[in-house]
Design a protein around this ligand. Structure first.
Ligand code: ZN
Length: 135
């Protein structure tokens, strides 16, 4: 029995997908625009993928980064692939601001301050992703 939460997602907000991976928006009010790129198959590490699959996954991650920079305009992008709690290959793509709750630490650290309310145009982000990944 596979009880992996990424193999069996509930209430995922999928912004884009193809036959290998998907981009989801993480529901986190403190970090608007926070996305994950999730490989569909249950593999643990990047090095479990073929070279072509690695290139594809990383291209999608870079494309999410570009789209977030354009639409959310953060001070910094954080890329992270941890998988310690869910050992199913996925990347976090996190727009960061100098006054966000955890800056300059990772978002999983102890917060330093309250979140500043922030919003972005979700439809524009999705359009950017679809346009860039169609090329
Ligand atoms: Zn899985």
């Amino acid at each position: 029995v596979n009880d992996c939460t990424l193999c069996n997602p509930a209430n995922e907000a999928v912004l884009w997908y193809d036959n290998r991976c998907r981009i989801t928006e993480v529901n986190n009010n403190d970090y608007p625009g926070y996305c994950r790129v999730i490989w569909h198959a249950h593999v643990r590490e990047m090095s479990d993928l073929s070279v072509d699959d690695r290139r594809h996954l990383y291209f999608v991650v870079e494309t999410v980064e570009e789209a977030l920079r354009r639409v959310v305009r953060p001070d910094k992008i954080n890329l992270a692939s941890l998988g310690n709690q869910v050992p199913h290959l996925h990347w976090h793509v996190i727009p960061r601001f100098a006054n966000d709750p955890h800056f300059p630490d990772p978002i999983w650290a102890t917060p330093h301050r309250q979140a500043v309310p922030r919003s972005f145009d979700r439809m524009t982000l999705q359009r950017e992703l679809v346009r860039r990944l169609a090329e």
